[in-house]
Design a protein around this ligand. Structure first.
Ligand code: NAP
Length: 480
């Protein structure tokens, strides 16, 4: 029995099937030092996390990374357990008891708050809602933003702000060729939005955009991008800035030069005489050095009050925005707060409130045994998808070092016939609508088959019922 226990594969539960979860599974399966089996748990009925529900639908090249995850999922030592929520169907303690190690790759599911008056007025929404809505995430299908006004203000100067602004400005025919949720496509078809103003609190050199995302805007939206040349004017010492920042600045200056800016948003009610760069088309404007201090409106959003900022550099070189005392009001019919995500605590594990992460040492959860983290819940919501690979590889290295050091006791069932075989029946008792890899393949095939005749990569199923019924080949009878 003792020998069996030694030879039994290391069993690892990975919680969360986004990029960090799949890269963790992949790194475990790729190594050859220790025999291993991986069970990947997912709250939704579908895998891939933000690659399915976060990456914008008009970025299919970024989504293509899912083929790497599909290859991991095809490994016979891997199982997908979808539609299982840890904390609801199974507890953390049960997982720790049943597996040699548990790795949490749950991402950052909360939103950062602005903490200003009016933030929760109707018409002021977090980007996470809009992104989930246009991507067909079942939890966000009913979070349609109100697109009946002419101007949307997007707060934040990161890639999520650009994603949201671009989708709101894109010609619908372009979006119709993507896997955008049908409900979003329908709403965008009749959207009255003419201008989306993206507002950053610091300067253009501090914006968190990546250059490709900035550069593609005119092509994707079919309209000029409005930038005020004074806001992107050359500053002394720019040669010391990173290549990415210098490239961003060059793109912004091209936009400003191509279209000498007449800032068109301040202090005017957008529903009336709002001049637009290209009448009849939707276009995007980028503004800097403005922090929102209040969102105002009677019973819904009408305008955002911004503090005009100047920049201050501290001894470490950190550049902060400092309020000059000057105020500017931008009329807005919709406000999207794209100021970053925030990790949420997991019951029983330590949590760093300020950073929104689970404190850890190279992936090993501080003060816990056999529990690890990777991805955004480990390091915060930064980086591109590939960043999670490096992050997961580090966590797996820590885990394997712990195995080598004898820090991982084997779970009580080890040494039996199949150390993880029993887990599936246990799970089915807890969640009869368990969606396995085979179930996900049925969903995938059904969505692709609906997309194929209309030239789309897939038509997403956007309700849990539809997803689970497809995975379990159930037909639902509609009753009148
Ligand atoms: P982000 O890159 O952290 O950007 C957040 C933005 O919000 C920053 O400009 C930040 O300004 C601003 N902000 C924060 N608090 C604010 C406040 N109180 N008032 C005004 N502005 C505030 O976050 P994100 O856009 O959510 O993106 C998350 C991660 O996903 C990033 O790493 C991003 O690159 C990645 N992503 C990548 C893609 C892509 O590759 N296509 C697409 C989407 C997302 P400060 O800098 O001054 O704090």
């Amino acid at each position: 029995m003792a020998d069996d226990a030694v030879n039994a594969p290391l069993t690892v539960a990975v919680i969360g099937s986004g990029p960090a979860g799949f890269y963790t599974a992949g790194a475990l399966l790729e190594q050859s030092g220790v025999p291993v089996r991986v069970d990947l748990y997912e709250r939704l009925a579908t895998p891939w996390g933000l690659v399915r529900a976060g990456v914008a639908p008009d970025h299919p090249k970024i989504k293509a990374v899912s083929s790497v995850y599909a290859a991991t999922a095809a490994d016979e030592r891997f199982r997908f357990f979808g539609n299982v929520e840890v904390g609801r169907h199974v507890s953390r303690a049960e997982l720790v008891e049943r597996y040699d190690a548990v790795v949490y790759t749950v991402g950052a599911q909360g939103e950062r708050r602005l903490g200003i008056p009016g933030e929760d007025l109707p018409g002021s929404v977090p980007a996470v809602d809009v992104v989930g809505w246009y991507n067909g995430h079942p939890d966000f299908a009913d979070r349609a933003p109100d697109l009946s006004g002419r101007r949307a203000v997007v707060i934040g100067a990161g890639n999520v702000a650009l994603d949201v602004a671009r989708i709101l400005c894109s010609p619908v025919e372009r979006l119709a060729a993507t896997d955008i949720a049908d409900h979003a496509l329908d709403a965008l078809r009749t959207s009255a939005i003419e201008q989306v103003v993206v507002v950053g609190r610091r300067g253009p050199a501090q914006a968190a955009f990546t250059t490709a995302e900035l550069r593609e805007l005119p092509e994707f939206t079919g309209a000029a991008v409005e930038v005020d040349s004074a806001e992107v004017a050359e500053q002394p010492g720019e040669e010391k800035l990173s290549r990415l920042i210098r490239r961003n600045l060059a793109v912004l200056r091209d936009y400003a030069a191509a279209l000498p800016s007449q800032p068109s948003h301040a202090s005017q009610p957008s529903r009336t005489s709002q001049p637009s760069l290209a009448a009849g088309t939707r276009h995007l404007a980028l503004r800097f050095l403005r922090s929102p201090v209040e969102i105002r409106g009677e019973d819904r959003v009408a305008e955002v009050v911004f503090a005009r900022n100047r920049l201050e550099v501290d001894a470490e070189g950190w550049v902060s925005a400092v309020d000059t005392g000057e105020r500017e009001v931008i009329a807005a019919d919709l406000v999207v707060r794209a100021v970053g995500y925030k990790g949420l605590p997991l019951v029983g594990l330590p949590f760093d409130e300020r950073r929104g992460i689970i404190p850890n040492d190279a992936g090993r959860v501080a003060g816990a045994d056999r529990e690890y983290v990777a991805g955004w819940i480990k390091r915060g919501p930064t980086g591109i998808i590939g960043t999670n690979r490096k992050c997961a590889v580090e966590t797996v290295a820590t885990l394997l070092a712990d195995v080598a050091a004898g820090r991982l006791g084997r779970h009580p069932g080890a040494g039996g016939v199949d150390p993880v075989g029993e887990n599936e029946s246990w799970l089915r008792e807890r969640q009869p609508d368990l969606v396995t890899e085979a179930g996900w393949r049925l969903i995938d095939a059904a969505e692709r088959a609906s997309g194929e005749p209309v030239g789309r990569p897939r038509v997403k199923l956007t309700t849990l019922d539809a997803l689970v019924d497809t995975a379990l080949t159930r037909t639902r009878t509609l009753t009148g």
